[in-house]
Design a protein around this ligand. Structure first.
Ligand SMILES: [Zn+2]
Length: 230
């Protein structure tokens, strides 16, 4: 079973049958008898709105059907999303650093370089802890579904579900209070918990607990590094 029904999570071989270009028939789920994945016919904007609204079926479509590695359509997506994720996280650290120390033209080249080195170490170690803890908790306290045992699928789901980080780009254009960075962090955490819930079919409380622990560890590592560098 390559795909999943977005309503109940039951496995399904095909989402639709194509008769001719543009003429398709959506398949029904054998378990709940509903259309297995109506997002196949939906505009991307509708999926995006449902993802922002944290609808379980939108996350099921994204993780099980749209990011299906078996189809080969998502080749290289892991590396591209990892690079995008790390770049956005580095930009987040830069925003916090710029707020902490006033940046102006009087800053020396060496102090700017040193700040960039600190940001790179922070991003690398912080995210290493985040993903290692999430993978560890996934192994220990969650039931891993059949066909989703590979670390690659799980990491990709967490990276893609961190799409709220893209809102940081708006801070390049418009000026926002620094609290917006932390609000985005909260949305990333809740979105990661939704992804974890859809993968493991666990309770939302357990998934929020796991994501909160991993994000708290990242926050702690980041503060420990600031203390070491000071
Ligand atoms: Zn179903």
């Amino acid at each position: 079973m390559e795909y999943r029904c977005v309503q109940c999570g039951f496995g399904i071989k095909k989402l639709y049958v194509q008769y001719s270009p543009g003429n398709i028939r959506l398949m029904k789920c054998e378990n709940c008898k509903a259309v297995a994945d109506e997002y196949v016919e939906c505009e991307l904007m509708i999926l995006l709105i449902d993802l922002i609204l944290h609808k379980t079926k939108a996350y099921r479509h994204l993780i099980h059907n749209a990011l299906n590695q078996e189809t080969g359509e998502c080749k290289g997506l892991l590396w591209k999303s990892a690079l995008g994720f790390l770049a956005l996280d580095a930009y987040r650290c830069l925003l916090l650093e710029m707020a902490r120390e006033r940046w102006d033209s009087s800053m020396s080249f060496s102090s700017v370089t040193w700040t960039y080195v600190k940001i790179l170490v922070d991003v690398f170690l912080g995210n290493l802890f985040l993903f290692c803890l999430l993978l560890l908790m996934m192994r220990i306290s969650f039931t891993i579904p059949v066909g989703f045992s590979r670390h690659k699928d799980f990491i990709l789901a967490i990276l893609v579900s961190s799409y709220f980080k893209l809102f940081l780009l708006a801070m390049m254009i418009w000026e926002f209070p620094l609290s917006v960075v932390f609000i985005i962090d909260l949305f990333v955490l809740s979105s990661n918990a939704m992804a974890l819930k859809v993968i493991t079919e666990s309770t939302m409380e357990k998934c929020i607990g796991a994501c909160f622990t991993a994000h708290a560890a990242k926050f702690f590592v980041s503060h420990l590094l600031k203390w070491c560098f000071a």
